[in-house]
Design a protein around this ligand. Structure first.
Ligand code: MN
Length: 248
């Protein structure tokens, strides 16, 4: 199996090192990751400047672009083959509910999926890389299952692992995305030169987090697997919008 790995925390992140280590047990691994932390980059492509690929001492390839750039460039020409699997992560922090819209970790996997490759995004729910071994174990378990029984067709899976010792992990649950409250207000401050500056505030707390959601599963000590799709069409709104147009 040929596995392409990326992330959004940068090629030096302990999370991507852990994921590459696990993936090597299952096949040939190529890592192409951003040269710096691009968390929150979502699905952006760099179109206004050229990109350069460099090789780190670890053998990982890194480039001055986004997670989506990394997977796009790897699959569309940098690699001499189409990977069998794209893995992203292990992210430093959760990507649940609405996080998935902004996440560069999910975006890297999404790019693989868009290019026709089964793809999985991994995130460790609490920042700080504590209990990375638990996330590695979940990744190993899923790769073993994939080896025994490949997924039918390209699939995009979003996996979140609770930050707990492996002995406390209850197992894996298939979930749907929950929802968060609105983001915290922007943080206003003064630059050293007296200009007003703004920091985007942290994500809101979980709002729709009942049974069946990723938030609930992870809170209860389960790793969550949410299959994602990319069609943003609001099917339930097609008829209401048609009706609204016809009334005018
Ligand atoms: Mn990140």
């Amino acid at each position: 199996m040929r596995i392409l790995i990326s992330n959004d925390d940068g090629y030096f992140s302990p999370g991507i090192q852990a994921l590459a280590e696990v993936a090597r047990e299952f096949g040939d691994v190529t890592v192409v990751a951003p040269e710096r932390d691009r968390s929150g980059a979502s699905n952006s492509l760099t179109l206004d400047r050229p990109l350069s690929v460099r090789v780190a001492a670890s053998g990982f390839l890194y480039l001055n672009g986004t997670p989506t750039d990394c997977v796009h460039i790897a699959v569309t020409g940098l690699l001499d083959h189409k990977p069998d699997l794209v893995l992203s992560g292990i992210n430093d922090g959760a990507n649940m509910g609405d996080d998935t819209i902004y996440s560069g970790t999910v975006a890297a996997a999404m790019e693989g999926y868009l290019l026709g490759v089964p793809s999985i995004a991994f995130s460790l729910a609490r920042r700080g890389h504590e209990h990375l071994a638990t996330a590695s174990s979940v990744a190993r378990d899923l790769l073993e299952r994939l080896t025994r029984q490949p997924l039918q067709g390209p699939m995009l899976l979003n996996v979140n692992v609770p930050s707990c010792p492996l002995s406390e992990l209850r197992g894996v649950r298939v979930t749907r995305l929950g929802r968060r409250h609105l983001a915290e207000p922007v943080v206003r401050a003064k630059s050293p030169r007296g200009d007003t500056i703004y920091w985007i505030g942290p994500a809101g707390a979980a709002k729709e987090a009942g049974p069946g959601t990723d938030f609930h599963a992870v809170d209860q000590g389960w790793a969550s697997i949410t299959p994602l799709d990319i069609d943003l069409t609001a099917a339930a709104s097609l008829d209401p919008v048609r009706g609204w147009l016809e009334q005018q």
